[in-house]
Design a protein around this ligand. Structure first.
Ligand code: 13P
Length: 251
């Protein structure tokens, strides 16, 4: 049985004040105990603060990006070991916003996943197609090449052993246009098969999250699909009640 995971990706939003209120609200609602893992991924500068606010709770902390390098002269970058140092368990890598705005390609993302795993983090590898690619019937080809860059790299399979994959169709991110449960399920099943072709146990065990306009009112139908093991939540993770509704849908 795969334990669901709901991770909130705050992206570049909030302040120390709003972080405090948001975490307090989420903690209050989660206290009862849920049969799912929950993670919060704030901007780097709030990790220590949010980590402190999460102390004593079962909610995990995650980063939104990390360098492929261990340390050194890389101005503005954050090493995976630094994320571990401030209490992170997870790190989101290869988010479509990193790929499209900052030029991260499949090879770089694969290097980051391997480096994050080596530092002891659980990487959340993001994959997904643009609208243009979907309309050209290239969804599987795009997702396959994003995955294969990792699966076929040295240490790539090992790096996924405690990792997570997030399927985030670019056309559904921040648009209010959610993939239908069946559209998402089809791609999730494809991803699982692709991993299973390399390692059957890993294919069966790896958690595959859906991301893209998940809200309190559509989470349950998405999470009910056989190969959807939770969600990576953007906008709706910035409101405690909405995020909690999504967490409660993950059973
Ligand atoms: P939205 O939930 O705002 O569509 O964002 C999804 C996402 O990009 C999570 O990483």
């Amino acid at each position: 049985m795969r334990r669901p995971l709901v991770a909130g990706n705050w992206k570049m939003n909030g302040s120390s004040e709003t972080a405090q209120d948001l975490v307090a609200g989420i903690r209050k609602g989660v206290e009862a105990g849920l049969p799912a893992d929950i993670a919060i991924c704030p901007p780097f500068v709030y990790l220590t603060q949010v980590g402190g606010l999460l102390d004593g709770s079962d909610i995990a902390l995650g980063g939104q990006n990390a360098s492929q390098h261990e340390s050194g002269a890389y101005t503005g970058e954050v090493a995976p070991a630094m994320l571990v140092d401030v209490g992170c368990e997870y790190v989101i890598l290869g988010h479509s916003e990193r790929r499209s705005y900052y030029g991260e390609d499949d090879v770089l993302v694969a290097e980051k996943v391997v480096a994050a795993h080596a530092a002891g983090l659980k990487p959340i590898l993001c994959v997904g197609e643009t609208l243009e690619e979907r309309e050209a019937d290239r969804t599987e080809a795009v997702v396959a090449s994003q995955l294969d860059a990792l699966l076929e790299s040295d240490d790539g399979l090992a790096a996924l052993q405690n990792g997570v994959i997030a399927y985030e169709p670019v056309w559904a991110i921040g648009t209010g246009k959610t993939a239908t449960p069946q559209q998402a399920q089809d791609v999730h099943a494809f991803i699982r098969q692709r991993v299973a072709a390399k390692d059957a146990d890993l294919g069966a065990e790896i958690r595959i999250l859906y991301g893209g306009s998940v809200k309190g009112n559509n989470a349950a139908e998405l999470f009910a699909m056989a190969d959807i093991d939770g969600g990576l939540i953007g906008g709706a993770s910035l409101q405690a009640e909405e995020f909690l509704r999504i967490c409660r849908a993950a059973i």
